[in-house]
Design a protein around this ligand. Sequence first.
Ligand SMILES: Nc1ncnc2c1ncn2[C@@H]1O[C@H](COP(=O)(O)OP(=O)(O)OP(=O)(O)O)[C@@H](O)[C@H]1O
Ligand SMILES: [Mg+2]
Length: 262
Amino acid sequence: MLLKIKGITKRFGGLIAVNQVSLQVAEGEIFGLIGPNGAGKTTFFNMLTGIYSPNEGQIGFEDRQIQGLKPYRISKLGISRTFQNIRLLKEETVLENVKVGMFGKTRTGLWSAILGLRSSKKEEKFVTEESQKIIELVGMNGYEMEMAGSLSYGNQRRVEIARALVSRPKLLLLDEPTAGMNADETKEIVQLIRKIRGNGTTVILIEHNVGMVVGLCDRIAVFDHGEKIADDKPEEIISNPAVIEAYIGKEDDKKETEYAAN
Ligand SMILES: Nc1ncnc2c1ncn2[C@@H]1O[C@H](COP(=O)(O)OP(=O)(O)OP(=O)(O)O)[C@@H](O)[C@H]1O
Ligand SMILES: [Mg+2]
């Protein structure tokens, strides 16, 4: 298993955002994470990437325990992500935005780059070439010199994915990569995710589009109120009563109350 999570919990004051979640992801899998708003999905990613430290539990990645490590260390170990709300430098070009994803990965690092040391020239070339390869992989070649802020929403999402991919992570975390996309754009993202997995990267994606996750993922975990209520193959997930309840339970409660009132 690439990722072995045991009983992680995150509390914000009295609120338990993620409650005792255990989960395993195998290398090469496309793993889906679904659940209603506020279920704890993004908080889960924030623990995997070191933005939050779990209050309890362990996160095993390859042969290490990574819970509580700083984000840059986790990123160096090979986990990278995109954000639910796009975070691009809108006044910078596509190329510059993608290059940002390489910091921390290169040998000379930020200071040498700023001081203009000789070795960083070679490195600059390497970073640019790597970035261009990834821009092509996500289908954004030709847009390198466009300002990120001028791109369509769908293309901004691709650039975010490129930035996360340029460091060649072993595990890529996508937080709602198709949010706000139409059906055609969604199909293209599905193809891109398959291609990324084909290149050997394991993917976990958070999605609200259940149809899309069911068609794409090898396994799916369902969160509700911070707890993992199911973890199974897609075809089992869609017929799981607890899952159906989590999605439409509230609606049914309302109907029952209405019947009772009549
Ligand atoms: N930094 C924080 N401080 C306090 N509460 C937080 C914080 N981050 C998240 N929460 C709360 O934790 C719960 C889980 O939030 P989270 O963002 O993980 O949900 P989600 O499943 O990603 O939801 P969505 O589908 O709407 O993105 C929510 O009740 C949220 O308000
Ligand atoms: Mg979220």
